[in-house]
Design a protein around this ligand. Structure first.
Ligand code: UDP
Ligand code: MG
Length: 309
């Protein structure tokens, strides 16, 4: 029987959330019209989540387990979800129940109206630190400003996508991934639905600051050349300043003033330009490393155990 809805949840050490996630998704989905499956992508868990997923899958045929050979990261786990989902509509949801499964019917309602991407917008966030909320808000706004695709602000990966959209996304095999940017990039009819982001049901965040920074870099480099262009802008500004400064300094010296004697000014100029050049090199390196990763062409993830695609 064809499957109408695929619910995809990436799992990284979520043992205490799994039973609750399964129960709530099951309750919500059995009340909707249509058949469904729950794709649980185990992203190299080490806390027994893997065994738990396989056990749940034995009990309930709705569950489609995909077990990674190691931790590949949240974004890659979502990608595997796209690859393994068979539904006419695919919903990505966090396993920690911060995205309430009870909001899925709202997404489905919009899909039934004909929208192909229905993203959930965080109207409120509960139980997150001041630091996380501020950096997240800043992140969404910076990304919105400098990237070429208009990625909606305050939107996470919690969203429903039509089969047509998922089939396009499946062809985009870039290594450094920003799924919500990719799903904005493809176009189609998109709409946001507000929801209240809950606190984590159990456990701690798997996104330390380091990972947030990585995601931000993926978002920026994946969708914009702006950092590369910055070097050009800086170059023009520095060259412009020099062109103005040269005649000024020469005439001051000819006028017999004692201005700009000594090495301090030279030193500062050299240090400043050296700094700008090194930063620009770093930016170049960032893009170069990403190109190198693409050229190697390794698989995005390795599945240890899973169904046929
Ligand atoms: N996750 C994952 N792989 C990772 C890190 C996280 O699959 O390397 C999953 C995690 O299990 C959860 C989702 O991604 O289902 C979101 O992670 P988390 O709740 O830790 O992020 P936060 O909500 O704090 O931003
Ligand atoms: Mg979370």
């Amino acid at each position: 029987m064809p499957i109408t809805f695929s619910i995809v949840a990436p799992i990284f050490n979520e043992l205490d959330n799994l039973p609750e996630l399964y129960r709530r998704v099951r309750d919500v989905m059995s009340a909707t019209r249509g058949t469904w499956e729950l794709v649980l992508v185990d992203d190299g868990s080490t806390d027994g989540s893997t065994e738990r997923i396989l056990q749940l899958a034995k009990q309930d045929k709705h569950i489609r387990p995909v077990i990674f050979a190691r931790n590949f990261g949240h974004q890659v786990a979502i990608t595997a979800g796209w690859d393994y989902a068979r539904g006419e509509a695919v919903v990505i949801i966090d396993a920690d129940l911060q995205d309430p499964p009870e909001a899925i019917p709202d997404l489905i309602a919009k899909w039934r109206e004909g929208y192909e991407v229905v993203y959930a917008v965080r109207a409120e966030r509960e139980g997150e630190t001041w630091f996380k909320k501020t950096t997240a808000a800043l992140f969404y706004r910076i990304v919105h400003r400098i990237t070429d695709v208009k990625i909606p602000v305050d939107t996470g990966d919690f969203r429903l996508m039509d089969r047509k959209v998922v089939d396009v996304l499946k062809t985009m095999r870039e290594r450094h991934r920003f799924p919500r940017g990719m799903s904005a990039w493809v176009g189609f009819r998109q709409i946001g639905v507000p929801y209240k982001r809950a606190a984590r049901h159990a456990g701690v965040t798997k996104y330390p600051f380091k990972n947030m920074l990585k995601l931000a870099l993926n978002a920026i480099t994946g969708f914009s050349y702006f950092p590369l262009q910055l070097a050009t802008y800086f170059g023009f500004i520095a060259a412009g300043l020099a062109i103005i400064a040269i005649p000024v300094v020469i005439s001051m010296r000819l006028a017999g003033q004692g201005a700009f004697l000594g090495q301090a000014t030279t030193l500062i100029a050299v240090l400043f330009l050296g700094g700008v050049q090194l930063i620009s090199l770093g930016v170049l390196g960032e893009y170069l490393g990403r190109i190198y990763d693409e050229v190697k062409g390794r698989p995005l993830y390795i599945v240890r155990e899973g169904p046929e695609k």
